[in-house]
Design a protein around this ligand. Sequence first.
Ligand code: SAM
Length: 218
Amino acid sequence: MVDPRDVDASRFAGEALAKGEPTGWFEPLYAAASGGAAVVPWDLEAPHGLLPEWGRGVDGSGRSALVVGCGYGRDAEFTASLGFRTTAFDISETAIRDARQRHAGSDVEYVTADLLDPPTEWVGGFDLVLESITVQSMPLSLRAEATERVAGLVAPGGQLLVISGIRPEGAEVDGPPWPLTRGEIDAFATGGLRPVRIESLPLPANPEMHSWRATFTR
Ligand SMILES: C[S@@+](CC[C@H](N)C(=O)[O-])C[C@H]1O[C@@H](n2cnc3c(N)ncnc32)[C@H](O)[C@@H]1O
């Protein structure tokens, strides 16, 4: 059974995928939600449950962070709170507009951009890149390209942090989302990135469920 919070996302995704537009469902979903006509399932106040423990003791002062597919900005505000000079982007103009409104006065720079065609000056440009449940929101046909693009944003000496749902190797999945297999997590080690730590961790709010938290460095 589909979780009631996921109904609208599934409907918009189905319509966009039928038109051959794999990322074409985000803007209509956010626009509908903005008018009170839909629910964005990841519209949560707190940062992702696996971020706070990762962030304990991390001082981002003097370093840059890029948050991929930031949505309403919950994780971007968290990296900014650690001191990172944070840029956060999303393919949805409405999400970025609403993130700016929700976090008026925030130090985060919210930008509309497409991970699959990022500004060239971002390539190799960030000390921390945070990819939290965005690659899994794109169909498997885009996985390899999205993974390479994410990895390519990390600066020399920088770090990539990936958080994602888990899909058993070889399992069929009828997304969204399309969680990542261990092999798909390993694939972030590309273009000079190497794995530091790859963990399957229980979610604090629901310990029966596990997610990937993986770090890489260049
Ligand atoms: C599952 S949501 C997660 C949002 C946010 N990371 C969070 O956890 O609250 C995936 C987000 O990625 C964005 N997104 C999907 N494809 C994208 C792309 N190609 N470039 C930039 N953002 C994208 C969507 O608009 C959506 O906001």
